[in-house]
Write a protein that binds this ligand. Structure first.
Ligand code: FE
Length: 350
């Protein structure tokens, strides 16, 4: 078996090769460890806030801190289902989503962990965050009245409840009750006024509708522009987008005064995922998003209000004027969401 002879020579050759390989591997390991020490671990972000808004923020954070991030975007519902299904194995570290109702659902499902962060508690007003510290509002959107400035002058408006009065018969346009934004608004009205009075308001709205509910806020404003109705309820940033796309002085936002309960606001926000591998890094990212450095861009890019009161809104948003927010904790939007859905159903609000 001549093959064995050279074969017999092989072991020493192999040993040398193995030694070389080991040395090489050793070097590579050492280099890898050095690299691991220099490069912070990647923070995986699940976001229902759209990619054009959250992507640039994460990029900026990476530039500033060297912390790499990975972004997964989807609608709130599927993201929450995914987190539930992944459980302890989730790669997610931070959950970013819109509407306090969704944030509340995530916390209620045990998907977020409580943070005791002085930085976050100082940056974000109490009514814009979870009382248990599991999520924090990062940007504020007002869900308020939008009106035709001639057909429904500002002086004729006085808030959400007044839109149920007969004076508005055939003059009101609303978005579908299926959207979480309206579920949250009605939940907040329940928190503020109780279920009975809120049901009367919603029944009055339905009676006053000029057309069946619209699929989105923009369609509500377009219906007012088209003369189909005179007043509606929308999130402030949709008005901002319409204004940015085409200046139209015939539409304006209206701020319900403090005397009638003030303006109902909602948030986009975030929380650290319960089973996050990088909980500390995720919390650092969240603290940065709430800081003055990040807040103006985070809110301004979507024409929202910064949740951090130390930061001014961008000029277009600031030009809509000051308003008094209703200070009921936005988490009520989640707690009372199921009641709101049932109430709207009873009231015939589709
Ligand atoms: Fe929206």
């Amino acid at each position: 078996m001549p093959a064995l002879r050279p074969g017999l020579l092989l072991p020493s050759g192999l040993l040398l090769l193995a030694a070389l390989l080991l040395a090489a591997c050793g070097d590579r390991d050492a280099a890898g460890e050095e690299q691991a020490a220099a490069t912070p671990p990647t923070v995986v972000v699940y976001s229902a806030r759209n990619e054009q808004l959250i992507g640039p923020m994460l990029q900026r954070y990476t530039e500033l801190t060297g912390t790499p991030t990975e972004l997964v975007t989807a609608s709130a519902g599927p993201l929450l289902e995914r987190l539930k299904a992944e459980g302890e194995n989730t790669p997610a570290d931070l959950l970013v989503t819109v509407d306090a109702g969704n944030l509340w659902q995530a916390a209620e499902a045990g998907l977020l962990q409580p943070l005791n962060s002085q930085a976050l508690n100082a940056a974000i007003p109490e009514y814009l965050r979870d009382p248990q510290g599991r999520w924090y509002g990062l940007s504020v959107r007002a869900r308020t009245l939008v009106h035709h400035t001639q057909r429904a002058p500002a002086a004729s408006l006085s808030g959400y409840a007044a839109l149920a009065e007969p004076a508005w018969a055939g003059r009101l346009c609303l978005r579908t009750s299926r959207k979480v934004y309206n579920q949250s608004l009605v939940a907040m009205l329940i928190a503020e006024r109780g279920e009975g009075p809120t049901e009367s308001i919603v029944r009055g709205w339905v009676e006053n509708l000029a057309a069946p509910p619209f699929p989105n806020d923009t369609a509500v404003m377009e219906a007012i522009q088209a003369g189909l109705c005179d007043v509606g309820i929308v999130n402030s940033y949709y008005f901002g987008r319409l204004q940015r796309d085409a200046q139209d002085a015939t539409l304006a936002l209206h701020w319900p005064s403090e005397a009638v309960g003030g303006v109902h606001v909602n948030v986009s926000g975030a929380g650290v995922v319960k089973h996050a591998d990088q909980a500390v890094a995720a919390r650092n990212l969240l603290e940065w998003l709430a800081s003055p450095q990040a807040q103006r861009k985070f809110a301004g890019d979507n024409l929202e209000y910064p949740a951090n009161p130390a930061v001014e809104a961008v000029p277009q948003v600031a030009a809509w004027g000051a308003y008094t927010p209703n200070l009921i904790n936005v988490s009520e939007a989640g707690r009372l969401q199921a009641d709101a859905v049932k109430l709207m159903d009873r009231a015939g609000y589709r």
